[in-house]
Write a protein that binds this ligand. Structure first.
Ligand code: PMP
Length: 390
């Protein structure tokens, strides 16, 4: 049996077979375990064995803490998927894209040579660590200035000391986004720009782009992300940050990533072993199911996404399959939606965490199948029960 610490929170016992029906469905984190069954199917192909003497050194085959082969495979992957132009870009690896968020703020802010701190902004609803990191690291170079839209008119002509986070597709709502400010420097977080979650309509080609393995292969625990950077000065400043902070990412993580990307690349092409076929199918099924349950009543609504879009990767139209449901409570004014869901045995993340209102809650759709099934069970009960007693 599995150790009980490996059981989903609704199960216990030696082999996780005891179901606790009064447990809370946990739809909080963006832990991408929906991809675990894919890797279970390709367990032998994707295994890595590292001998004790291997990868001991600080040094790497490439410059700046990078394994040349891994860099080459990342570029191949972007080309094969068609989601980003990498030819004229430098690459910096980070311990997750989390480490690179602030490395990039710092690199961009310092590149402007302005006397006052640069303004860092994002569009609501946004991923909270953009604000949290900027405030916590509290550099003289950069200052959190809140919501992008508030600066669109206020700062006409003077947005060139702004650093704008643009998340596309967006976390939490899955919407494709563009920069709003003219002349701002942008950090384009494309964590979810993979065929699991969205149509690939064009290769993105911005000056600063961020990707992560967490939402690509699902290996969030490996802590591996990368930035694609056009400008050499910004690249050098990002490297300097990485040098002082960690001297680059773990060399054995890089080895494991190389193995995973080799497996993915060998199986691309829309067939059965294609990770994106698996990812899209899984996410699509979950999105359909969630919509069915939500549509049973008028209590909740979900974000609207384009019903069908052409995907260059799949060579056909595809339908929405976002990573998260952005649920809205439709009952009363000023409803605390998170409290409503919690009372129904569902823990999500309140809209307030994304600097939005409390009528919204993010529910994660990318966790394990058990987590998703429990969310659906609890939500079905909430929707049908509330309807009959109202
Ligand atoms: N950006 C966005 C938009 C995210 O949702 C996440 C993870 N939830 C990250 C960055 C960070 O991911 P990681 O550090 O695992 O690469």
């Amino acid at each position: 049996g599995k150790p009980s610490c490996e059981c989903n929170t609704c199960y216990g016992g030696d082999d996780c077979s005891i179901f606790f029906s009064n447990c809370t469905a946990n739809a909080e984190s963006g832990d991408p375990l929906f991809l675990k069954p894919y890797w279970e199917k390709h367990a032998a192909d994707s295994a890595v064995v590292v001998a004790g003497w291997h990868r001991m050194s600080y040094s790497t085959t490439g410059k700046n803490y990078i394994t040349t082969e891994l860099e080459r495979h990342i570029r191949m992957l972007h080309r094969a998927v068609g989601n980003a132009v990498t030819d004229d870009k430098f690459i910096v690896f980070g311990a997750g894209s989390t480490q690179l968020l602030y490395a990039l703020v710092h690199a961009l802010a310092g590149s402007l040579n302005t006397s006052s701190p640069d303004s860092v902004v994002a569009s609501v609803p946004y991923y909270a660590p953009y604000r949290e990191q900027t405030e916590y690291f509290d550099s003289k170079l950069a200052e959190w200035r809140g919501v992008t839209s508030e600066w669109v008119n206020a700062s006409k002509g003077s947005t060139n000391n702004f650093i704008e986070f643009v998340t596309s597709p967006n976390n939490p709502d899955g919407v494709l986004k563009k920069a709003l400010l003219n002349g701002s420097l942008t950090i384009n977080d494309h964590a979810y720009y993979w065929p699991h979650f969205t149509a690939i309509s064009e290769p993105v080609d911005e000056d600063v782009m961020l990707f992560t393995t967490s939402k690509l292969t699902g290996h969030a625990g490996s802590r591996f992300g990368w930035a694609l950077i056009k400008d050499e000065n910004v690249y050098n400043r990002t490297l300097r940050y990485m040098e002082l902070n960690t001297e680059g990412t773990s060399r054995e993580t890089q080895l494991r990533m190389l193995k995973l990307y080799k497996v993915i690349l060998a199986k691309l092409g829309g067939g059965k072993g294609d990770i994106f076929t698996f990812g899209y199918k899984t996410m699509r099924k979950r999105w359909i199911k969630l919509n069915q349950v939500v549509s049973l009543s008028k209590l909740f609504s979900l974000q609207k996404l384009p019903t069908s879009q052409y995907c260059n990767y799949f060579n056909t139209t595809r339908h929405p399959s976002p990573a998260y449901g952005w649920l809205k409570c439709e009952m009363e004014e000023d409803e605390d939606c998170d409290a409503v869901l919690r009372a129904g045995g569902i823990s999500g993340r309140s809209g307030t965490i994304y600097s939005d209102d409390k009528k919204h809650v993010r529910v994660s759709l990318i966790k394990s199948q058990d987590d998703f099934d429990q969310l659906i069970t609890k939500l079905t009960a909430l929707v049908t029960h509330t309807k009959t007693t109202a």
